[in-house]
Write a protein that binds this ligand. Structure first.
Ligand SMILES: Cc1cc2nc3c(=O)[nH]c(=O)nc-3n(C[C@H](O)[C@H](O)[C@H](O)COP(=O)(O)O)c2cc1C
Length: 350
């Protein structure tokens, strides 16, 4: 499926550049391009250099929420907007009066047009996160010759994903940087464990998923060096995916403020927070995480749109205190070197 035990995880929002994916592929990893947040046109441009290599690669897409925000979440969103005003004012930023509606292409993350693009001009692999692609989409991708991968965080989610016909799963542990792939609110005891992160290690989660489904598994989350990678492979994964380990690389498109924060000893921990986007994501704990995690509603992507101008203003002011500094628990190992150096260090030992 992947022909290598190491995968460069997709990192939307600018971190995964075409250069990062190409360098990872060139050094012997399987590379995922990041389709999240992009229009179809932007995605086509992003993957053109990968298509040109004729090599194996994947595109990752966000699965949009299919129902409008509930009344409770909408009320909490409105209250959260008011709470954000003071923080935004510090940066001279606006908080939009309302998030775009459910049917807005931005809320749908340009799903229809990106699926159409990938069906019209197929690529080797597509992976999904934040939910399951409908079985009918999986089947059409298969007909186009594309392998399909779903991201899960528990055995219950794995079973649901396999029922849609996918070829493999990314099993993401809660130690992962960035957004959780979780899509089942109550996926049974193991989902609860992964959410709290206090009970299962990545190898334990992989064994649990392994006993529930038989498709190939990719372990992800907190794989900061060859030791974690080997443990995941020993627990039944065919490959591991690394994200945080690539954020500081030369080819990464992460903001310099983000790259520098990962190396700044002033940051002492990461936390799961909905404060930036309305979906739990692991980030370095900064002022914004401290001030807003307790109150942020479960409203993705509405919160993302509310905080976007504020985050842009903080970035323009070179102030990391209100930035989403996505980081997995292994962030201290991330190095400012070329991607090939990171990939080769892993592959030497795998
Ligand atoms: C900056 C950043 C952006 C991410 N964006 C995506 C994304 O677009 N799609 C996705 O499936 N996962 C995304 N993730 C999660 C990664 O794919 C992967 O699961 C995670 O990085 C693995 O854990 P690690 O960060 O500890 O290596 C992102 C992670 C980070 C750190």
């Amino acid at each position: 499926m992947f022909n290598t035990p190491l995968i460069a995880a997709p990192m939307a929002g600018g971190t995964t550049t075409a250069a990062l994916a190409l360098a990872a592929q060139g050094a012997g990893a399987f590379a995922f391009a990041a389709g999240g947040y992009k229009t179809a046109e932007q995605l086509a441009r992003h993957i053109a250099p990968l298509r040109a290599t004729g090599g194996n690669f994947g595109v990752n897409l966000f699965v949009p929420r299919t129902t409008p925000l509930g009344a409770d979440a909408a009320a909490r969103l409105a209250a959260y907007r008011v709470e954000l005003l003071a923080t935004a004012a510090r940066y001279g930023a606006e908080v939009p009066l309302a998030a775009p509606p459910q049917e807005d292409p931005r809320v749908q993350d340009y799903w229809d047009e990106k699926i159409a693009l990938l069906l019209a001009d197929p690529i080797p692999m597509v992976s999904f996160t934040f939910g399951l692609a409908p079985a009918e989409v999986v089947s059409r991708l298969h007909q186009a010759g594309t392998r399909v991968v779903a991201s899960v965080t528990s055995a219950a989610e794995a079973v649901a994903a396999v029922a849609t016909g996918v070829d493999a799963l990314v099993v993401q542990h809660t130690n992962a940087g960035g957004h959780t792939a979780a899509f089942l609110a109550a996926g049974g005891p193991s989902a609860e464990n992964t959410r709290t992160g206090t009970h299962l290690t990545l190898p334990q989660l992989l064994s649990e998923v392994r006993s529930a489904v038989s498709v190939p598994l990719v372990g992800a989350g907190g794989v900061s060096g060859p030791a974690e990678a080997k443990a995941a492979l020993a627990a039944g994964a065919t490959a591991v995916a690394i994200g945080t380990a690539l954020i500081r690389t030369e080819e990464s498109g992460a903001r310099p403020l983000h790259k520098d924060a990962l190396a700044d000893p002033g940051y002492t921990r990461t936390a799961m927070t909905r404060a930036f986007t309305g979906k739990p994501a692991r980030a370095l704990v900064n002022g914004f995480v401290r001030d807003h995690t307790a109150t942020a509603p479960e409203a993705y992507p509405e919160v993302h749109f509310l905080t976007a101008p504020l985050r842009a203003a903080a970035a323009a002011a070179q102030d990391p205190r209100a930035l989403n500094l996505w980081a997995g628990t292994g962030w201290k190992s991330a190095q400012a070197v070329p991607v090939a150096a990171v990939v080769k260090e892993f592959l030497r030992e795998l």
